[in-house]
Write a protein that binds this ligand. Sequence first.
Ligand SMILES: NC(=O)c1ccc[n+]([C@@H]2O[C@H](COP(=O)([O-])OP(=O)(O)OC[C@H]3O[C@@H](n4cnc5c(N)ncnc54)[C@H](O)[C@@H]3O)[C@@H](O)[C@H]2O)c1
Length: 385
Amino acid sequence: MQNFEFYNPTRVLFGKGMIAKLDEQLSPETRVLILYGGASAERSGTLGEVRAALGSRTFKEFGGIEANPTYETLMKAVAMVREEKLDFLLAVGGGSVMDGTKFVAAAVPFEGEPWDILTSKGEAVKKALPLGTVVTLPATGSEMNCLSVISRQSTGDKLLFSNPLVYPRFSVLDPMRTMSLPMKQVINGVVDSFVHVMEQYMTHPVDGMAQDRFSEGLLSSLIEIGPRIMATPDDYDLRSNLMWVATLALNGLIGAGVPHDWTTHMIGHEITAKYHIDHARTLAVVFPALLKVCREAKRAKLLQYAERVWGLKDGTEDERIDAVIRKTEGFFENLGVPTRLSAYEIGADGINDLLGQLKDHDMTHLGEHGEVTLDVSRKILETAA
Ligand SMILES: NC(=O)c1ccc[n+]([C@@H]2O[C@H](COP(=O)([O-])OP(=O)(O)OC[C@H]3O[C@@H](n4cnc5c(N)ncnc54)[C@H](O)[C@@H]3O)[C@@H](O)[C@H]2O)c1
């Protein structure tokens, strides 16, 4: 196992009706900014519950944070926080609102041009406002990590930063708040969580016994949850399981002490930046192709995944690897999530553009050994064509 530090200060308040507990988490003097996305937060009653829980505290609201949150919109929230002298940020939404709120938290006290938060990958952040979240979409794990992904409309960039100062102080996970989601978003959450686990698991073995078995448990859970949640969307227990699996997939636990390979996310971000395709859907395109192209580097873990998650024990090693890649593709496809660029009408010109973007963003040595050069990324994208 590799050396690691594990730190996660986020308090999780899980279950039906837990939004009421906001009252215990915030002092009566706290001046809160509620940040949210679209009309669904109001329509579903989530905002109403949040307002009721805040009681007589001073609070303002900032709506309109878009999917794939933009710097341009978030800077308006930064101005509002500064002007109104607010001192706590409460994100009510999915990954986009939570990530956007983390950016606002870091940008309010930032001296200089806040876009440097992104270009420095978070290293420039020295202070941040405290924040909490009320999760409405289980997918990103943003509720219990210190990562944030922000887009800039004017340049077409989509960059991420991380800094321990933007861990949420608390996150409310009430599965009932996910019932208003369109099924497409629920399934996006299944796929996003699945690939999060994979990016911390599908590398090479370092004998992280607990990490591997946690990961395999999360993958098996998602393989079970996906089709069942499509068949019975109102099942509270399934919603609960998806919500907790999504959080565990990216809160640092399974990734401690093991190698990571975030190639799929990095290529996926470029696809979203250029074509505005849902984040999770880009991952379903890139990940199976990555497995095909990098199968030698990942041979041992592919065989372990085949046996422990899919029960594939028969045949030669190569037959089992072929079979498990087919199973993975089939899992996405059966959820109605395409695994080919052609499903989005992205052809050879598009691939060239995406490689240009990867180069511009210094994504020239991805993978657990830095072996995913631009040539390898080209092979991955061509394999996904
Ligand atoms: N911070 C991280 O660790 C991390 C990890 C992966 C991805 N991301 C980023 O997160 C973003 C994606 O977040 P996401 O997948 O959670 O989706 P999202 O937050 O972009 O939401 C997708 C859509 O669902 C709507 N929605 C949210 N909750 C709803 C509800 N309960 N009912 C009805 N509609 C609802 C939103 O308004 C939006 O239109 C991307 O920008 C991605 O890059 C962050």
